[in-house]
Design a binder for this molecule. Structure first.
Ligand code: AP5
Ligand code: MG
Length: 217
């Protein structure tokens, strides 16, 4: 199954992806995570990406498409994958379709997590991430048992540099300008499925799971 998770910053793409890939045993491909890993390793890609990511702006299409193209060629994607945060522009979506068509593949489902803009700021400014395993938590909505310590691996938690009020505003504007037109794009292709992302984390997972598995017999 070839899945795309869409939704504005803070909609819950990463949170839901962590849960869904375990159930379907497919790789979780997050372009945001790939950029942050390259940034922390200070590779050439990381230094270039940093100029955009830390401002809340989209990384140019050529760079982003190149990363996804390389990643999708790896063997673990043969039976399916979950793309989180890609595509984010019409050019990226067209490139993805071309990449998949070369292997006779196509997108099975585009899951759009719908969350009202006024909830997103609280979600993002309260988010904390594990430095070791990358698990996502929230100070209020999904707190760890011991403050500052990951429940899964006891790693240290940190706050993303782009999770400030100012950067979140820019990221939401980028989403409206470049990414929201993709909803119409995938709706026209018949692959778009809308999910209410404002419900509790477990309830959202259940909605997605039902879409991916199809109606119960
Ligand atoms: P990326 O890392 O993808 O960031 P984003 O799209 O801004 O999305 P987030 O990761 O902030 O939110 P999310 O939807 O994953 O929410 P989460 O599950 O963490 O991209 C970062 C940057 O990289 C971009 O700005 C850009 O510069 C660059 N980039 C990446 N992809 C690119 C592309 N394709 N093209 C160009 N540039 C690209 O949840 C958020 C918080 O809410 C958490 O604390 C969580 O615990 C909590 N939460 C989640 N679900 C719920 C719920 N149901 N109820 C209550 N709280 C919840
Ligand atoms: Mg994310």
């Amino acid at each position: 199954m070839n899945i795309i998770f869409m939704g504005p910053p803070g909609a819950g793409k990463g949170t839901q992806a962590e849960r869904i890939v375990q159930q379907f045993n497919i790789p979780h491909i997050s372009t945001g995570d790939a950029f942050r890993a390259a940034m922390s390793q200070e590779t050439a890609l990381g230094l270039e990406a940093k100029k955009y990511v830390n401002q809340g702006l989209l990384v140019p299409d050529e760079i982003t498409i190149g990363i996804v193209n390389e990643r999708l060629k790896q063997n673990d994607c043969a039976e399916g994958f979950l793309l989180d945060g890609f595509p984010r522009t019409i050019s990226q979506a067209d490139a993805l379709a071309t990449i998949l068509a070369q292997d006779g593949k196509q997108i099975s489902f585009v899951i759009n997590l719908k969350v009202n803009r006024n909830l997103l700021l609280d979600r993002l400014t309260g988010r904390r991430i594990c430095k070791s395993c990358g698990a996502t938590f929230h100070l209020v909505f999904n707190p760890t048992t011991v403050p500052g310590v990951c429940d899964k691996c006891s790693g240290e938690l940190y706050q993303r540099a782009d999770d400030t009020v100012e950067k979140v505003g820019t990221r939401l504007d980028e989403y409206e300008k470049w990414t929201s037109p993709l909803l119409e794009y995938y709706s026209a292709k018949g692959t778009l499925k809308e999910v209410n992302g404002e419900l509790e984390i477990e309830v959202v997972t259940k909605q997605i799971d039902e879409i991916l598995r199809g109606p119960a017999e």
